[in-house]
Design a protein around this ligand. Structure first.
Ligand SMILES: NC(=O)c1ccc[n+]([C@@H]2O[C@H](COP(=O)([O-])OP(=O)(O)OC[C@H]3O[C@@H](n4cnc5c(N)ncnc54)[C@H](O)[C@@H]3O)[C@@H](O)[C@H]2O)c1
Length: 245
């Protein structure tokens, strides 16, 4: 795996779950990691553990995000991982739900990318990795707005990849399947063991993924080895994207 020594990375939603695994992995490879999360004490704890720096912010606050990036950048690596979902049929959702889900899952990505791109363009190097979901590609019963937001991130990433290839900047997405994190466990607590079994069944490998398995893919896409890969969405989903069986 490539050495990331001297690379500065901004990782959102990094206090726990997949984001924490990504922050740990990038730090292990030598990167200086900014742990950005709405959970200030969780971000502090992880930053202390990995020798990084914590920034407390709500990623849906675009002005705050751009300011935080200006204060802590420039960045060689940007990982948009923070996300929230909601389990409800679309007819039961409200306009407030749509704003919240779009703000955290989609508008946050616009803000971080807007903040980070000038520094990457000046350096003529950059790696942007956006964590989406297989829901963006196959849809989600009970997660229509979440899937729409994540699908928006995929489309946005392709456009940013087109605009920035000439600056040595790559932009890719990772689409996790069911990964064993606090987010997934909260869903299972609401939906019960039947929901957990259905998630496992939807994969070809018949198990949940681990945060580390997503982090490994992020580290690869953030490395120099991945310089010829851009505009892609990589499933880390145990084959879920094929439809299961
Ligand atoms: N776990 C899964 O099965 C799964 C599947 C597909 C996609 N994903 C995606 O992976 C990403 C990480 O998911 P996870 O399972 O680790 O989630 P998680 O809930 O376990 O952790 C999410 C982290 O993001 C932070 N966060 C939430 N809202 C925030 C906000 N407004 N501003 C800043 N930080 C905020 C939380 O404090 C937490 O530290 C998300 O984008 C999620 O949509 C997860």
């Amino acid at each position: 795996m490539s050495d990331l020594t001297g690379r500065r990375a901004f990782v959102t939603g990094a206090a726990k779950g997949i984001g924490a695994a990504i922050a740990r992995r990038l730090a292990t490879l030598g990167a200086e990691v900014i742990v950005a999360d709405i959970d200030a004490s969780g971000a502090d704890a992880l930053a202390t553990e990995i020798g990084g720096r914590a920034v407390a912010l709500d990623v849906s606050d675009s002005a705050r995000v751009e300011q935080a990036i200006a204060d802590t950048g420039p960045f060689a690596i940007l990982v948009n991982n923070a996300g929230v979902d909601q389990h409800a049929f679309f007819t039961s959702t409200t306009a407030d739900d749509w704003q919240r889900l779009m703000g955290v899952n989609l508008l946050s990505v616009l803000a971080t990318v807007h903040g980070a791109l000038p520094g990457m363009q000046a350096a003529r190097h950059g790696r942007i990795v956006n964590i989406v979901s297989e829901a963006a590609r196959v849809g989600s019963k009970g997660g229509a707005v979440y899937a729409a937001a994540k699908g928006g991130v995929i489309a946005f990433s392709k456009s940013i990849a087109r605009e920035n290839a000439r600056f040595g900047i790559t932009v890719n997405c990772i689409a996790p399947g069911p990964i064993d994190t606090p987010l997934l466990r909260a869903g299972v607590a609401r939906g019960g063991d039947k929901l957990l079994a259905a998630m496992v069944e939807a994969t070809l490998v018949k198990r949940l993924g681990t945060p580390d398995e997503v982090a490994a893919a992020v580290a690869f896409l953030a490395s120099d080895d991945a310089g010829f890969i851009t505009g892609e969405t990589l499933g880390v989903s145990g084959g879920m994207g094929l439809g299961g069986s």
